[in-house]
Unconditional design. Structure first.
Length: 276
């Protein structure tokens, strides 16, 4: 039995799935009133869960122009009409980037990724050589700007050796570059990634080296499992904490959101929280 299967089975025995605790843990990081630039997929699921539970006044902004979006179902893309229909207002994409993002008005950028490295740099471009990749990924979108201009960045993705790699084949969006003060020396504003939330735990950058360190672990997961799912020698915090299990009301809200989304879009619930 694989580590991933073991983790999922353990979580389900406790009454929730590994994907659910990842989503809940990510949503908990959003504080009420935060202005959040949201990516599609898992980031959108987590951000909207926060809005439906502990952070009703979070301001969700999407790349296509909706500000204060309050979707009743999860959007399939940034062009989903649900975002514009439920937003406080809709502006042009140039205004979203120039006034809101580059103007320093975004508290949190919430992003997904195909791959990250030990310094939380993101790849969403290619797997393998750029000129002849094994896999061509969706690409950058607005992620490079979000990663560089938001006051801080949360990244959410499932953890595996293929996703957590020692060296990215392509850096799409800057995290902490090669560590230390490299981000500041490059003139990139903002704190960069402050948390990477996975189905196994939570990683945060070391305050000096900026290398990702395991600081939180989900119930039923072992340190050995997390290390085995990481493509480098992962550092473990001496003050490692166990993630609080999801509250019943939060799980109900999450499952209701996913059920409405599945019914609205005619897709299975397992597809409503993708990696985007």
């Amino acid at each position: 039995m694989s580590a991933e299967t073991t983790t999922e089975t353990t979580a389900e025995t406790a009454g929730f799935t590994a994907t659910e605790i990842m989503t809940v843990a990510a949503s908990r990081l959003l504080k009420n009133g935060t202005v959040c630039f949201v990516g599609i997929g898992l980031p959108s699921t987590a951000a909207n869960l926060a809005r439906l539970t502990h952070a009703p006044d979070v301001v969700l902004i999407y790349e296509s122009g909706p500000i204060g979006a309050k979707p009743t179902v999860l959007p399939l893309s940034i062009g989903d009409g649900e975002l514009a229909e439920t937003a406080d207002t809709v502006v042009g994409t140039p205004e979203i980037f120039r006034y809101w993002l580059q103007g320093g008005r975004i508290d949190v950028g919430f992003l997904g990724a195909a791959q990250v490295d030990r310094f939380a740099n993101i790849n969403t471009t290619v797997i393998g050589p750029y000129d002849a990749p094994k896999v061509r990924l969706p690409g950058a979108g607005g992620a490079p700007e979000i990663a560089s201009q938001a006051k801080e960045v949360f990244i959410v993705l499932k953890q595996s050796p293929k996703a957590f790699v020692a060296k990215l084949p392509f850096v799409t969006s800057a995290g902490h570059l090669d560590g230390g003060d490299a981000r500041a020396r490059a003139g990139i504003p903002g704190a960069g990634p402050t948390a990477v939330i996975t189905d196994l735990g939570i990683l945060t950058p070391d305050p000096v080296t900026r290398e990702l360190t395991l600081t939180g672990i989900h119930p039923g997961v072992t340190v050995e499992q997390v290390k085995a799912a990481t493509g480098w020698d992962l550092k473990i915090s001496p003050d490692l904490k166990t993630t609080a299990i999801p509250e019943a009301g939060t799980l109900t809200a999450l499952r209701g959101l996913q059920a409405r989304t599945a019914a609205a879009h005619g897709i299975s619930q397992g597809q409503t929280g993708g990696e985007g």
